[in-house]
Design a binder for this molecule. Structure first.
Ligand SMILES: [Zn+2]
Length: 218
């Protein structure tokens, strides 16, 4: 009996991720949006210009989506280059909602989410293998259709479980990247070490300049 208990315990330890599926999916979709903005394939402008995706970019976009979502081993179909417009749209929808959340306009984010939920039929489905994630789409759906529902459901779940105040916008100059703050005391301000270091260098140079001005002024 003890052996079985220990084994179950071990299985549980191995299977249970450190964060919830919704947390991980939200992080993945944030990553997708940040990367597409970095590549110039998604715009944060209020009235975004139409970005034409070339055949070459379409292959890259599909590869990126596959990379971002591949950590979820139970996904069904891979993204195809023909789905690249849908991938960009998915990233944009999620990003717009997450940006509202980051700006504390959670009610507006929820209204937008509900509008999108109404467009999609939700089919509950549990993956057959650990960690037995609950999905909101038919596994036979094309990747972009499935992940669109999956990403929006994950954001909804994150908001409803109180994680909404962990979504932030990078404080780096010229950086609009979003992040999901995993620090214990919710102290994350930057999307990456690169942005954090750039801000440090900037602050250091500013202090030096102020110091010089003070010395000259004396
Ligand atoms: Zn940043």
């Amino acid at each position: 009996m003890r052996d079985i208990d220990q084994r179950l315990d071990g299985d549980r330890r191995g299977a249970v991720p450190s964060y919830s599926h919704s947390h991980d999916v939200t992080k993945a979709v944030i990553d997708l949006g940040n990367t597409l903005v970095g590549q110039g394939l998604l715009s944060d402008a209020t009235t975004p210009e139409v970005i034409v995706v070339s055949a070459h970019d379409a292959v890259d976009v599909a590869a990126l989506a596959n990379r971002v979502f591949s950590r979820f081993g139970d996904w069904s179909l891979p993204f195809q280059p023909s789905e690249s417009d849908g991938v960009i749209r998915l990233a944009q929808l999620s990003r717009n909602i997450l940006r509202l959340v980051a700006e504390n306009s959670v009610s507006l984010a929820v209204v937008a989410l509900n509008d999108l939920f109404r467009e999609q039929p939700v089919i509950l489905h549990m993956s057959l293998e650990a960690p037995w994630s609950l999905h909101h789409h038919d596994p036979a759906h094309a990747a972009v259709q499935g992940w669109r529902i999956g990403a929006l459901a994950a954001i909804g779940d994150l908001i409803s479980s109180g994680g909404w105040n962990r979504i932030g916008v990078c404080a780096g100059a010229d950086c609009n990247n979003l992040f999901l703050d995993d620090t214990k005391n919710r102290s994350q301000r930057f999307c990456s070490y690169a942005c954090q270091n750039r801000a440090k260098v900037r602050a250091y140079r500013l202090r030096q300049r102020e110091e010089r001005v003070r010395r000259v002024g004396r």
